[in-house]
Design a protein around this ligand. Structure first.
Ligand SMILES: *[C@@H]1O[C@H](CO)[C@@H](O)[C@H](O)[C@H]1NC(C)=O
Length: 178
């Protein structure tokens, strides 16, 4: 929704989204990026220019479910990934009764968590993936932001913030990702 503080009017600018999450504006304020967590994608809403009012896909087929997006002031968005799409999450996103069952388990039992490969995906202003930081044992990373030479990671389940020195630990090239 868009709120105009001068007129105090709120208007709906995007509907029928699948778990809208993580909103970030572009440096020129000409578009807004937002994620659809369970669809593994982020979309772009154009605020001004020729495409004003329209929405397109900014990045899709992310390596996991996106959460918050942060812009680093240097041309890159940092998209937090709390988990890759596990078998359980894939079932849960498709079937409401599986979600009910999981919610029931979470309420009364200690459910073994299957989340993995959390981290961040770094994307340029055109939505092109540049780098990815992740770890098989990491889960529930909800925010990642680069400030200076460090990457700071917020986590849904932890009471602390993780800091990684990117000069010391730059993304390295592997077969499919950097
Ligand atoms: C980050 O790592 C670089 C390279 O190892 C080092 O020169 C720098 O001092 C480190 N920064 C901090 C704040 O530790």
């Amino acid at each position: 929704m868009s709120y105009d503080s001068s007129t105090k009017q709120t208007k709906v600018i995007a509907r029928d989204l699948y778990y809208a999450n993580g909103v970030e504006i572009s440096p020129d304020q000409d578009f807004v990026i937002f994620c659809e967590t369970v669809m593994l994608r982020c979309k772009r809403y154009y605020i001004q220019g020729e495409k004003a009012g329209s929405i397109d896909v900014f990045i899709d087929r992310l390596p996991g479910m996106p959460d918050n997006i942060r812009y680093d002031g240097e041309g890159y968005y940092w998209i937090a990934i709390p988990t890759e799409l596990t078998f359980e999450w894939d079932l849960a996103r498709k079937y409401p009764y599986i979600r009910k069952f999981i919610a029931f388990l979470d309420k009364y039992f200690q459910r073994p968590s299957t989340e993995r490969n959390a981290g961040v995906v770094v994307v340029d202003l055109d939505g092109k993936p540049i780098e990815r930081y992740y770890d098989p044992e990491l889960k529930f990373v909800t925010t990642g932001i680069k400030i200076g030479e460090h990457l700071y990671l917020g986590n849904l389940m932890k009471s602390y913030i993780t800091r990684l020195n990117l000069t010391q630990y730059p993304a390295t090239t592997t077969s499919s990702t950097k």
